[in-house]
Unconditional design. Structure first.
Length: 494
């Protein structure tokens, strides 16, 4: 591991390595939360709609509980996202100082999206039992749009770093005459944005469904667990084939727009036709490849649908303008891992779809639910690998063909950055530990509430419908009950 890190920082300022590692750690930590932040509001509203449409108290109970998880997750996501925003200025002042006026609007859009999402989540969470059912649901509908708006801002900035445009350079090399529209809608923006959004939907669906798959394996096969599994898994399974096609499309866009990155993804050393595909394998500095599985001509076929398609190699540019052998190997492994996990998720989705079409019921195989329980973790790993592919494959550029990473890094002493990195690790362990503890406490409280509701006359907080009348108020209690709308039918929320 240490050898790899030193190779990544070869011929670079001493502060580059800790700055990179700090940014990579905080980004990798934040991205764990992003799928739930982007897609959980939509999944929750789908469940909410089902509950209202079918007068299903269990669906409303799930929607309300998921809304509580959504709020806690959003609070943690704001913290980790804010850290990333500060790090852009603190760790990469050369980037923000020179190029901030060109692509910084994306961060402004994300900030507004965060603000709007916070307000809407607060209203949605507060509205249970306090608003009429239809009003409450309608007030929640903008939530997915604000989540997509936040993703829009971040992906606009990242796609610009990959395919920068919308500016001209003056005689000193500074960007002038900025065209905001062109800076936002770069050649990579559309493929990257929709690939990202579908990845978030797939990941969130499998993560949520995985919780109830574990419950099914432990013998909890009631309507609550069946519904909690079926709705998010169906959404994820329906999106998986679309995501697979989009993934293939964006890889082909990289082939055309960033040929050197594509060469790193496929560890292609020299420009040639009839290029073989390597499944994993390691690229060495002399261009040789060891390990992996070699499939003749497949890379050319995948890139251009013909074996005589010419694929640009890493040696098409000087060594200083391309990823080194270690970076290319990391990019290649991340890409192959992402594609491999995506293929397994596609097979799982097809399994689910075939059983449903033939028998109109959920699968009953324990192996299916074991696979479904692993699908959430696998999809998170695939998302992480996607970002590794995007960022490491662009090296040594922070702004592709315009600014190197070493030119953008802070002048702060490397020792200070390593100390900062250590402190951030400690703080993040505490933050994510607290997040996990809160989720586990919520789970235990909901389970106790369900047991109390099922066991007899004890009226638990979770045992009333979100829109039904509150339980009778004991004499002497200063609170007053009120009706919220529809008739009571059991099951509330968080």
């Amino acid at each position: 591991m240490l050898t790899t890190l030193h190779l990544l920082a070869a011929d670079a300022p001493a502060q580059l390595l800790p700055a990179r590692e700090l940014m990579a750690f905080t980004l990798a930590s934040h991205i764990i939360l992003v799928p739930m932040g982007v897609a959980l509001p939509l999944i929750t509203l789908v469940m909410h709609y089902r509950g209202l449409r079918r007068n299903d108290a269990t669906a409303l109970l799930l929607a309300r509980r998921w809304s509580a998880v959504m709020a806690v997750q959003f609070a943690i996501g704001v913290v980790t996202g804010s850290v990333l925003s500060f790090e852009f200025g603190l760790l990469w002042p050369g980037l923000m100082g020179k190029w901030g006026d060109v692509f910084g609007i994306g961060f402004g859009v994300e900030a507004w999206a965060f603000f709007l999402e916070a307000v809407l989540i607060a209203i949605y969470l507060y509205g249970w039992r306090r608003l009429k059912p239809r009003t409450h649901f309608l007030l929640g509908l903008p939530l997915p749009a604000t989540a997509l708006l936040g993703a829009f801002g971040i992906l606009a900035a990242n796609s610009w770093m990959n395919t920068p445009q919308g500016f001209t350079l003056d005689s000193q090399g500074n960007p002038v005459d900025v065209d905001v529209r062109k800076a936002i809608f770069t050649p990579m923006f559309g493929p990257e944005y929709w690939h990202f959004v579908l990845a978030m939907l797939v990941t969130a669906g499998y993560v949520v469904a995985g919780v109830y798959a574990v419950g099914w394996l432990r013998g909890r096969r009631d309507h609550y667990h069946r519904l909690g599994f079926a709705v998010p898994f169906t959404i994820a399974a329906a999106a998986t084939p679309v995501q697979f096609v989009l993934g293939d499309s964006i890889a082909r866009q990289v082939f055309h727009k960033q040929p050197v990155k594509f060469a790193a993804m496929e560890i292609v050393w020299e420009t040639d036709t009839h290029v073989p595909e390597y499944l994993f394998g390691r690229l060495h500095p002399d261009g040789t490849i060891s390990g992996g599985i070699k499939i003749p001509q497949l890379d050319s076929i995948l890139a251009g649908f013909r074996p005589d398609t010419q694929v640009t190699g890493l040696t098409s540019v000087p060594a200083s303008d391309r990823p080194n052998a270690t970076q290319a190997t990391i990019t290649h492994w991340a890409f192959d891992t992402m594609v491999g996990i995506g293929t397994l998720l596609l097979l799982l989705a097809l399994w689910y779809g075939l059983v449903w079409l033939r028998r109109r019921r959920l699968p009953r195989s324990k192996w299916f639910y074991r696979s479904a329980a692993c699908a959430g973790v696998g999809s998170v790993i695939a998302v992480e690998c996607g970002w590794i592919t995007t960022e490491v494959g662009r090296q040594p550029w922070i702004v592709y063909q315009n600014m190197r990473v070493a030119e953008a890094v802070t002048s702060t002493r490397s020792t200070t950055l390593w100390i900062m990195f250590g402190l951030v690790i400690v703080v993040y362990l505490f933050v994510f530990g607290a997040f996990l503890m809160v989720l586990l406490k919520m789970r235990d409280r909901w389970r106790r509430a369900d047991e109390a509701a099922d066991g007899g006359p004890v009226e638990a907080p979770e045992a009333v419908t979100p829109y039904g009348p509150r339980p009778p108020v004991p004499a002497g209690d200063a609170r007053t009950s009120h009706d919220g709308g529809s008739a009571p039918s059991g099951g509330g929320g968080a």
